[in-house]
Design a protein around this ligand. Structure first.
Ligand code: ATP
Ligand code: MG
Length: 419
């Protein structure tokens, strides 16, 4: 293992959270090892601010829990300890060992693999060297010892950091089979760090892509949030399309993209928009991003239902329902997001009515803002809405009384709707 001494790297304790330093020093003073690991070491070496500080130790979860009153053991697939300091949580994981080594009976109880090689449980403990090779990417497997300021590199992570390269540890196909979510992580970190993808890592993705279908929808939703709500959604989406993984997350959408350039343009515009908002410190919601990703599906379904005789609003409502029930077979969508997402879609029809008291009131509806932003995105993507966006842009600036005056219908004549 390569050991890098303090004068050969740029990590300074000044940039490490006091809570993380406290956890590591208490582990050491009790005779255990405790290292900073994962994203924090990677980001510190890149001169960035880590978003959280994870620690790896040779102490068991129970031993860690016993050392910190403010801690609890969580997780089943991987048991880890959360140590809480006010709002900050330090995640402490025990070194993981080889799941197929050692005493057969006890290791079977702690680790389990499905027939396809998927790792179902992985709680066999090991050494730092074993822990390093169980991690996903070489750049995520560097350890920092805050006691003597050394960095440990077992898998060539430093070289890959220098070469700006995302490189899976070990045999790519085996590691992707153990946990197919690692493919999403490869694309996500390549986008986030603006790194290339090492050749054998990239080459194994197409042959393993199908395995994403084995991942529980709830876990894919968690991963979805990380993919699109971290400020580099546009690049991540481009990677998902290039490596054809999007079709395993949102197969319905991908089935409509080949003959629908507007759909793809809308998705891309939504991603750029999301990244911009995040960098401006503005609020973003998964409901809006999902509304864009699933718009090609819902638009096609509702068109078909209208052709079958349903009224536009009925068709949109049913299409929304169907789009959600198809999607959640792959990626879960909690109700608190699917509901507003469907309201954004249904609002697209309500925005077509520019006349009447309802139009005047719509501007004050809690979903107006998101629905109006969505309308603008559709236009940006090339959909013809007969300049509806510009009309609402102007209309919403008026005080309510003026809106009412402008929108009141003349006589009993009904106003034609846009299709
Ligand atoms: P971020 O900046 O997004 O937090 P991170 O590298 O800390 O990046 P986490 O998801 O917080 O990512 O995971 C912490 C560490 O756990 C990773 O750096 C990696 O070493 C390991 N890890 C996470 N997920 C996996 C996985 N699916 N397979 C193997 N190792 C993993
Ligand atoms: Mg992390």
């Amino acid at each position: 293992m390569k050991v890098i001494s303090r004068d050969q790297h740029c990590i300074s304790r000044k940039n490490i959270s006091d809570s993380a330093l406290k956890v590591m020093s208490r582990l050491r003073s009790n005779g255990y090892q405790g290292y900073l690991v994962g994203g924090a070491v990677r980001d510190l070496l890149l001169g960035k601010h880590p978003k959280d500080f994870d620690i790896a130790t040779d102490a068991t979860p129970e031993a860690v829990h016993a050392l910190f009153r403010n801690s609890r053991i969580i997780g089943r697939r991987f048991r880890i300890v959360h140590v809480r300091f006010g709002r900050e949580i330090i995640e402490v994981t025990t070194f993981r060992g080889h799941h197929d080594s050692g005493d057969k009976t006890s290791s079977a109880a702690h680790s389990r693999q499905s027939e396809s090689g998927l790792l179902l449980r992985d709680n066999v403990f090991g050494t730092l060297e074993e822990d390093a090779v169980r991690r996903d990417l070489t750049v995520n497997a560097l350890y920092y010892d805050s006691g003597n300021f050394e960095v440990f590199d077992q898998v060539g992570g430093l070289q890959d950091l220098e070469k700006k390269r995302i490189h899976i540890i070990g045999e790519p196909a085996v590691r992707f089979r153990e946990d197919p979510v690692r493919m999403l992580r490869v694309l996500r970190f390549a986008a986030k760090l603006e790194f290339g993808i090492e050749q054998s890592t990239a080459a194994a993705i197409p042959q393993c892509a199908e395995l994403l279908r084995e991942i529980p929808p709830a876990r894919l939703f968690d991963e979805f949030l990380k993919l699109f709500l971290a400020g580099y959604a546009a690049k991540t989406m481009a990677n998902l399309l290039e490596y054809r993984l999007l079709e395993h997350l949102f197969p319905g959408t991908c089935a409509h993209l080949d003959d629908n350039t507007q759909g793809l343009a809308l998705i891309r515009a939504a991603m750029v928009n999301t990244d911009k908002r995040i960098h401006q410190g503005k609020h973003v919601t998964p409901a809006f991003i999902l509304a864009a990703i699933l718009w090609p599906v819902v638009a096609a379904l509702s068109k078909k239902l209208q052709e079958g005789g349903d009224a536009p609003m009925v068709a949109m409502h049913k299409a929304g329902q169907q789009a959600v029930s198809q999607t959640v077979q792959h990626v879960a969508i909690p109700k608190r997001f699917s509901q507003p997402m469907r309201e954004i879609w249904e609002f697209q029809l309500r925005l077509q009515r520019k006349q009447g008291r309802k139009a005047a009131e719509l501007v004050d509806h809690r979903r107006f803002r998101a629905a109006y932003d969505f309308l603008l995105l559709r236009e940006q993507a090339g959909e013809d809405t007969r300049d509806l966006g510009a009309w609402w842009t102007q209309f919403q600036t008026l005080p309510f009384e003026e809106r009412l005056a402008q929108a009141q219908p003349q006589g009993k004549k009904r106003n034609p709707r846009h299709s």
